[in-house]
Ligand binder design. Sequence first.
Ligand SMILES: NC(=O)C1=CN([C@@H]2O[C@H](COP(=O)(O)OP(=O)(O)OC[C@H]3O[C@@H](n4cnc5c(N)ncnc54)[C@H](O)[C@@H]3O)[C@@H](O)[C@H]2O)C=CC1
Ligand SMILES: O=C(O)C1=N[C@H](C(=O)O)C[C@H](O)C1
Length: 269
Amino acid sequence: MVKVIIAGAAGRMGQRIAHMVESHSGLQYGAAFEAAGHPEIGRDAGELALGRKNGVIIKEGLESVIEQGDVIIDFTFHQATMEFARIAAKHNKAMVIGTTGLTAENLAELKELAANFPCVQAPNMSVCVNVLFQLVKKTAAILGDDYDIEIIEAHHNKKKDAPSGTALKLGEMAAEGVGRNLAEVAVLERSGIIGERKPNEIGIQTIRAADIVGEHTVYFAGPGERIELSHRAHSRDHFAKGAATAAAWVADKDNGIYSMFDVLGLNDL
Ligand SMILES: NC(=O)C1=CN([C@@H]2O[C@H](COP(=O)(O)OP(=O)(O)OC[C@H]3O[C@@H](n4cnc5c(N)ncnc54)[C@H](O)[C@@H]3O)[C@@H](O)[C@H]2O)C=CC1
Ligand SMILES: O=C(O)C1=N[C@H](C(=O)O)C[C@H](O)C1
């Protein structure tokens, strides 16, 4: 049985991950922790997330629970994620990182740290979104340079990072498909007299509203017609289920960074 430590156990994702860990036959909810000063510290994590006590008390900070589990599942905030990765590297504990908003510097440091622990890191853990990533790359490669690529994402009004990690990954997959570097062609905002759209731009636009769980659409627009590839999340459960699947998968892997393509066997689509 793989014991899981849930970071940010009182958060929107932390609570749904608790359900998916409890219902996974290979996983056990080992420990839970929150940020210093969080009001749920000291509460039974099962009572909070599952509607029944499970004896896992929410503690303060990762160091206080690090020996109580085999895999840390992290859906928190990018600066916190990096702290946890440094601790995981010191203790050789596996990690599943779903937190988005990691900077290029964060990702470079994470890659170095992961020489000391196995780590699945992905901006979206849903099966359908990972299939969509591959479809977008294929569609871009088939249609080529004659089609304008634009991405729109919509999320709830509590989300802190923009554009979403998923939208950026969709942009990277589309860019790969047409042989471009997203960092060179991404346009993340448009306002004023900006002139005509450059043919190689990949636009990514953001909506934040109410309780939208997560929606992404990629446009491939040519003269007189377009394809729209969309994913709409109906709940957070498919992200949480993916995180539980990744935790069971990564527990016995060699050190290094893995993606959800590795977990789901989607590398060769
Ligand atoms: N990869 C994926 O499939 C998905 C990724 N996400 C990402 O997960 C992250 C969290 O999203 P939500 O659950 O909606 O946010 P949230 O704000 O509801 O939960 C985050 C939790 O982390 C806790 N936290 C923050 N700093 C901490 C620290 N230093 N130590 C311990 N706990 C800490 C907060 O107190 C909070 O309870 C975001 O980056 C979001 O984009 C969200 C859904 C799916
Ligand atoms: O913050 C969220 O809620 C989500 N974040 C992820 C992202 O930034 O891509 C994934 C999902 O869309 C929900």
